[in-house]
Design a protein around this ligand. Structure first.
Ligand code: SF4
Length: 432
């Protein structure tokens, strides 16, 4: 069966919440601010990577530029391959993260921000929280642009790390945050404004609290919010934690979700929501329609560790000491870097709570942290929970890794397995 086969299910329109449309205005606002920051010499900006607490920059009134976010835009605009090939022509290998190579290409070729380009910053800041790529990427680019770099050295928690060792690690990270305050003052002449930083943390608390509430509603059947919404919703979590802009957006999303749930409305009507899926990994930005097409089969993605992990709950704080503790913990504990046993437990919990019928695992050629251990994870879920898992190999920003016909065939096969599995579990339940 192929994509053009007459047995292919009729195309459904991609459904999103009405409030999700406002994300375009938020992105436009951000891009305008980025442009202003670039033009006015007294405005300071910095590049920052995912998981490196963007609140630190907002707290200092330094404008955050996010190369990964911009790389996604280049992917979605379908120009990432050209930028990646430019980076490869400079000697970066095919195996290196395609976000990094997209950023190298976009910066060198002076692509506009609307297409995924990024301006030269006053400094760059990163951490090894998620991956060593973040560190090497920023070191390379800082050298090429001739700007200062700050790297947070974040110890990783493993299975048998004791409480006292964790506390020692936390102290080590907090020390570095103080050191970062000095770095900012020395580099761009800005002093820490304690009140402003605390306010930033409080806004961040509100934003992540709303995100947790929205996510919680995805447990409902039918699911009131799908992947087409949450894909855009990560923008405020990535770049706007700490400022008010994203809060209003999430408040509107939550209100709409609550109203829909009260009416029993889902992103697909209840009778059409046949399969609830979990998707693990970074989406293929150049091929987002892959996820939308799942709805053709009555499949709704109702949980993504990727989108969830951008908004871990930040407790409310009203003083510097508590705020630094929260921030250090945020740097050290990310769902993205769970060890295998924690990850298996996390998946099992989500599968039960969100009534998941099947799991899609993206073995991403670019990203070791997100795909290490996927074969063990697949086996454990299938064995212990008896639900099907589809593991496929692609790349988040490099379209050369995507084989369209093969993916279509695999998805169709997976839908057949899901249907059989549901049928047999119904029979099994009736017999029990
Ligand atoms: S995609 Fe993976 S390897 Fe690349 S920067 Fe992100 S976490 Fe690191």
């Amino acid at each position: 069966m192929t994509a053009n086969s007459s047995t292919h299910p009729p195309r459904k329109l991609v459904k999103t919440l009405k409030s999700s449309k406002d994300i375009g205005n938020l992105i436009k606002w951000y891009m305008l601010k980025a442009k202003i920051a670039e033009l006015l010499p007294w405005k300071k900006s910095a590049w920052i990577t995912s998981s490196t607490s963007v609140e630190l920059l907002w707290g200092f009134d330094i404008f955050p530029l996010h190369p990964e976010n911009n790389a996604c835009i280049a992917g979605a605009r379908k120009i990432s391959q050209d930028l990646i090939e430019h980076a490869e022509s400079l000697g970066y290998s095919r195996d290196i993260c395609s976000y990094m190579k997209t950023n190298v290409g976009a910066f060198d070729k002076k692509i506009s921000i609307q297409m995924g380009g990024i301006a030269k910053p006053d400094f760059v800041v990163t951490s090894g929280t998620i991956c060593d790529t973040h560190v090497k990427w920023f070191q390379n680019q800082a050298r090429r642009m001739d700007v200062p770099i700050y790297v947070f050295d974040v110890p990783h928690i493993v299975n048998n790390t004791s409480r006292s060792t964790k506390n020692r690690y936390k102290g080590y990270v907090i020390d570095q945050i103080y050191d970062f305050f000095d770095f900012v003052e020395d580099t761009v002449g800005k002093k820490l404004n304690e009140k402003k930083l605390i306010k930033t943390w409080q806004n961040s608390h509100r934003l992540t609290d709303l995100w947790q509430k929205i996510y919680n509603y995805r447990k409902k059947v039918p699911s009131p919010i799908g992947f087409a919404d949450t894909l855009g919703d990560i923008f405020p979590l990535v770049i706007l934690p700490g400022i008010k802009k994203g809060i209003k957006y999430f408040e509107n999303i939550l209100k709409e979700v609550e109203e829909d749930v009260a009416l029993g409305k889902g992103i697909l009507p209840k009778e059409e929501e046949k399969y609830r899926l979990m998707f693990e990994g970074i989406p293929m930005w150049y091929r987002i329609k892959f996820f939308h097409q799942l709805m053709n089969y009555g499949a709704v993605v109702t949980y993504e560790p990727y989108t969830f992990s951008f908004g871990p709950y930040r407790p409310y704080v009203d003083n510097l000491e508590d705020g630094l503790n929260v921030m250090a913990e945020h740097l050290m504990y990310q769902p993205y870097i769970y060890n295998l046993s924690d990850r298996i437990a996390y998946f099992k919990d989500v599968i039960k709570q969100y009534h998941i019928d099947g799991v899609l695992l993206h073995e991403n050629m670019s990203c070791r942290p997100s795909c290490t251990g996927l074969y063990d994870l697949k086996q454990k879920i299938q064995q212990d929970l008896g639900i099907p898992v589809l593991l496929f190999t692609c790349d988040m920003n490099d379209p050369r890794a995507y084989a369209a016909e093969q993916m279509q065939t695999r998805i169709e096969g997976f839908m057949e397995v899901l249907a059989q599995n549901k049928k047999y579990s119904k029979i099994q339940k009736a017999l029990d």
